[in-house]
Structures are given as structure tokens and as C-alpha cells.
Design a protein around this ligand. Structure first.
Ligand SMILES: Nc1ncnc2c1ncn2[C@@H]1O[C@H](COP(=O)(O)OP(=O)(O)OP(=O)(O)O)[C@@H](O)[C@H]1O
Length: 198
């Protein structure tokens, strides 16, 4: 795996006229995972999008916001990005041509192998989430941003996602997980975004 790390400093977020949070610093080294928590609406998804480079950070005052990744970044959120009109196998193949293939053992572990002929629009909520995870794995990015990765998943699939995160970090990756659900991972750091809310 490529080198992985994150240094983010002085991050703030303003949506419309409203400030959500400010003064967020995050440093993650290879192998580290961070659980991002906060009540609804505090700005977890907004912070994830800032870290992914999809939303500009704001600063209330003081030094400018700064996000520095070592290695590529993969974002998993509610937008799975898979063509609803295509069978799952073809929808994943589209991304495989850009990112690289999803390993067969990952497809099997995620329970997707028997679903490759099923149109994405017919997949259940949890099956679509599993498919989005497969796409993320295919990206081979060393840094992961997972926004509510356990939503819609059954108990066994939640445990599987924890295993996948564990293996990703054990291989030297980083992972930030925004989730309302408890996570069982060794050495998991925790950040409560509400402490930075305005
Ligand atoms: N495009 C937008 N324009 C203006 N405000 C927005 C936009 N997107 C989100 N917001 C607002 O920003 C706030 C934070 O939203 P965000 O989704 O980041 O919170 P969250 O902590 O992830 O919430 P949840 O736990 O419910 O997922 C909310 O009040 C939301 O209404």
C-alpha cells in the first residue's frame, strides 16, 4: 500500500450564514483510525467533504485552513455512484476501468458474488452499501473517509466492515469513520465534533 497520513489544521465550516464548527485539527498517521461523533446536524458529513476536498473549509479568524494528505483518498458516503440501470457487475466494472478491479475475495466476503447480475436499482439498502464498500476497496486508496458506513447493514455486515477497516489500517492505511453507531476496533481514536461547534 502507498504511504498514508493526514494533517488537517484550523478547519472551520460555514453553511450559508451559519457557522457549524471551527478550530478542528486532525493528524493521522499510517495505521490509525478515528471515530468522528456528534449529534445530528453538527457537521460530520460537512467535515468529511472538506477533508475529501469537495467542500471548501472556512476559518473564523487566525491561520488559514490546511488539509494535507499523503496518498490518495477514498470517500464512502450515501452516494454510492453506481449506475442504477446496470447490473451490479457492470456498474462495478465501470469503476474498475478507472480505479482497478475489486478483488474476488472482497466481493465474496461482502456477499456480492451472487448479485452481480442484479440491476443496482433492485439491490436492498444494505446490499447497495456493500456494493459501495466494494467500489471503495477497488479504489485501493490508502486513506479512507467513511461517512456512516454501517447504515443499513445487518449485524454480521457491521462486524465485517469493522474487520475490513481493521485490515485496511493494519496494512498501513488511515481511516476516519463518521458514525452514530459504536465501533469495536483496537486503538480507535475518537473525536467529538460537538466540542468545536459554534
Ligand atoms: N448544501 C448545504 N447548504 C446549506 N446547509 C447545508 C448544506 N448541507 C448541509 N447543510 C446543513 O449543515 C448542517 C450540518 O449538516 P451535516 O450533514 O454535515 O451534519 P451531520 O453532523 O453529518 O448530521 P447527521 O448526523 O444528521 O448525518 C445541517 O444543519 C445541514 O442542514
Amino acid at each position: 500500500m502507498q504511504a498514508a497520513s493526514l494533517l488537517a489544521r484550523h478547519l472551520g465550516c460555514r453553511r450559508g450564514d451559519r457557522w457549524l464548527f471551527h478550530g478542528v485539527d486532525i493528524a493521522l498517521s499510517s495505521g490509525e483510525a478515528l471515530h468522528l461523533v456528534a449529534p445530528n446536524g453538527v457537521g460530520k458529513s460537512s467535515l468529511m467533504r472538506i477533508l475529501a476536498g469537495l467542500l471548501p473549509a472556512s476559518t473564523l479568524d487566525g491561520p488559514p485552513a490546511h488539509v494535507e494528505w499523503n496518498g490518495a483518498v477514498g470517500l464512502l458516503d450515501e452516494r454510492h455512484g453506481l449506475d442504477m440501470g446496470q447490473p451490479l457487475g457492470e456498474a462495478l466494472a465501470f469503476w474498475a476501468r478507472l480505479d482497478g478491479p475489486v478483488p474476488q475475495d472482497a466481493l465474496a466476503a461482502l456477499g456480492l458474488t451472487p448479485l452481480l447480475d442484479v440491476p443496482v436499482r433492485y439491490l436492498s439498502t444494505g446490499q447497495k452499501k456493500r456494493a459501495a464498500l466494494a467500489r471503495l476497496i477497488g479504489q485501493n486508496a490508502p486513506n479512507w473517509l467513511l461517512d456512516e458506513p454501517l447504515n443499513g447493514l445487518d449485524v454480521d455486515a457491521c462486524a465485517l466492515v469493522e474487520d475490513i477497516i481493521y485490515e485496511h489500517c493494519a496494512a498501513g492505511g488511515t481511516c476516519i469513520i463518521a458514525s452514530h453507531q459504536p465501533l469495536s476496533l483496537p486503538d480507535l481514536r475518537r473525536m467529538d465534533l460537538a466540542e468545536y461547534a459554534l
